[in-house]
Every structure is written in structure tokens, then in C-alpha cells.
Ligand binder design. Structure first.
Ligand SMILES: O=c1ccn([C@@H]2O[C@H](COP(=O)(O)OP(=O)(O)O[C@H]3O[C@H](CO)[C@@H](O)[C@H](O)[C@H]3O)[C@@H](O)[C@H]2O)c(=O)[nH]1
Length: 91
């Protein structure tokens, strides 16, 4: 079963590239971004570029400091963080 990875700022420049690589590597990406410095169009573009894996992206337009909203995201998702794997993907 694919692991869920939370990507904060995942609609931004670095975030969207990271999300695409995670999807192509078989992870599910849970993107949290308040779109302060980005657009949902970038998220949609990543879904398109990922092809079949694009279905494994979920996007939540919330502020990371909104504890209640973030808790709802965690409650709805089984997330884990594999630091070595993420670092390997980014190199
Ligand atoms: O309180 C906040 C602040 C930012 N974001 C989001 O976080 C993402 C990343 O933000 P940002 O700091 O803009 O990082 P990048 O998108 O990686 O962009 C940086 O890297 C780019 C490439 O070098 C430069 O062009 C930008 O100026 C620089 O901010 C964006 O989608 C923002 O909407 C939030 O969700 N909450």
C-alpha cells in the first residue's frame, strides 16, 4: 500500500517539483498550501504530468497554522515521513 507523504507548500516551485517526484516514485502526496505565493493551476499541472499517478495527489487549501483544519487532514489520512527516502528523491 502506497505511503502518504504530507508536503507543506506543495503548490509552490520547490513543493510542486517534489510532489511530482513523490507521485512518480509511487507515494501518495497530501499537499497543504494556502496559495499565498502560488496557484491551484500548479497543482493541476502536476496531476497532469504525473499521468496515472496523478490520482494519488490530494490538495487542501489551508493555512498550516490552522490547527483544526490540519487535524482534519491528519484524521482523514494515514501519513508517515520517510526522511531518507525523501532526501534520496531530492538529490
Ligand atoms: O504561510 C505560507 C507561506 C507560503 N505558503 C506556500 O508555500 C509554497 C512555497 O512558498 P515559497 O516560499 O514561495 O517557495 P517556492 O515556491 O519554492 O519559491 C521560492 O523559490 C523560487 C525559485 O527559486 C523563487 O522564484 C521564489 O521567489 C521563492 O519564494 C507556496 O505555494 C506558498 O503558497 C503557504 O502555504 N503558507
Amino acid at each position: 500500500m502506497a505511503k502518504n507523504v504530507l508536503v507543506t507548500g506543495g503548490a509552490g516551485y520547490i513543493g510542486s517539483h517534489t510532489v511530482l517526484q513523490l507521485l512518480l516514485a509511487g507515494f501518495k502526496a497530501v499537499v497543504v498550501d494556502n496559495l499565498d505565493n502560488s496557484s491551484e493551476v500548479a497543482v493541476q499541472r502536476v496531476v497532469e504530468l504525473a499521468g496515472e499517478a496523478g490520482k494519488n495527489l490530494t490538495f487542501h487549501q489551508i493555512d498550516l497554522r490552522d490547527k483544526e483544519a490540519l487535524e482534519k487532514v491528519f484524521a482523514a489520512t494515514n501519513m508517515s515521513m520517510d526522511y531518507p527516502k525523501v532526501a534520496e528523491l531530492l538529490i
